[in-house]
Design a protein around this ligand. Structure first.
Ligand code: ZN
Length: 235
């Protein structure tokens, strides 16, 4: 088999290997696509959690005020019951004043409760927005998982479908060339590259003129003096 024929076979092998590389890349990059959406979901969930904590705090304040109001009302009842036992005007005024003070406290607390109730419903609205975003991200994740899953399935099938062709091409390539190809492939995906206009088309180095002539004659396997990739002549 001539050097030219063997390089052609190597070229066909490389074509398959590059397709396999692309398919493998897709398979290995698939989880990264999920992770991006999953981390967005985690971010939204922690936002929602903060809202829930804030809401719980507001509700606690509200319950505290409600309890205080009940206690204030008891106090007012107590104060007012004392009104029956007052003996003079001064005492009457003092008790009335105390009752008014307690009533004022209740009305201040009621105002604060109204404000807190508004704040709580604002938190509910914000939580709803978080929940909507999480739901839509979950939907997106599901769709993406299905898409990527079927792409990965296709890629796996593609890789498997090349195995037969690949083996039959390899059986036609001599072992020394094959191991040379494999060695170069450890560093570069394209182990075999075109030499065009006196240059390596991969690293773009200019070949010595004598070497360029030899590449064109194609009587031996020649490597680029700079990147070490195998060269074939291309007009
Ligand atoms: Zn090169």
């Amino acid at each position: 088999m001539s050097v030219r024929e063997e390089l052609e076979k190597l070229g066909r092998l490389q074509e398959l290997d590059l397709k396999i590389d692309r398919a493998r890349m897709l398979v290995s990059s698939a989880p990264a696509i999920y992770r991006e959406i999953e981390s967005e979901i985690t971010k939204e969930k922690s936002g929602l959690n903060l809202v829930a904590i804030h809401k719980a705090d507001l509700e606690k304040q509200k319950r505290g005020l409600e309890t205080e109001i009940v206690m204030d009302q008891d106090r007012i009842k107590n104060i007012e019951s004392r009104l029956n036992t007052v003996t003079n005007n001064k005492e009457f005024h003092a008790v009335t004043k105390e009752a008014e003070k307690a009533k004022k406290l209740i009305s201040d607390r009621e105002k604060t409760i109204v404000e807190l109730t508004e704040k709580i419903s604002a938190q509910d609205k914000i939580a709803g927005e978080f929940e909507a975003r999480i739901a839509s991200l979950n939907e997106k994740l599901e769709v993406r998982k299905n898409e990527v899953g079927s792409q990965v399935g296709e890629a796996d099938k593609e890789i498997a479908s090349y195995a037969g062709d690949r083996n039959s091409i390899i059986s036609e390539i001599t072992p020394p060339l094959m191991s040379r190809y494999n060695r170069i492939r450890v560093r570069y995906n394209d182990a075999l590259v075109a030499c065009k206009g006196g240059h390596c088309t991969s690293c773009n180095v200019a070949l010595p003129p004598q070497m360029y002539i030899q590449v064109q004659k194609c009587l031996e396997f020649l490597a680029c003096p700079s990147c070490q990739r195998l060269l074939f002549f291309k007009v």
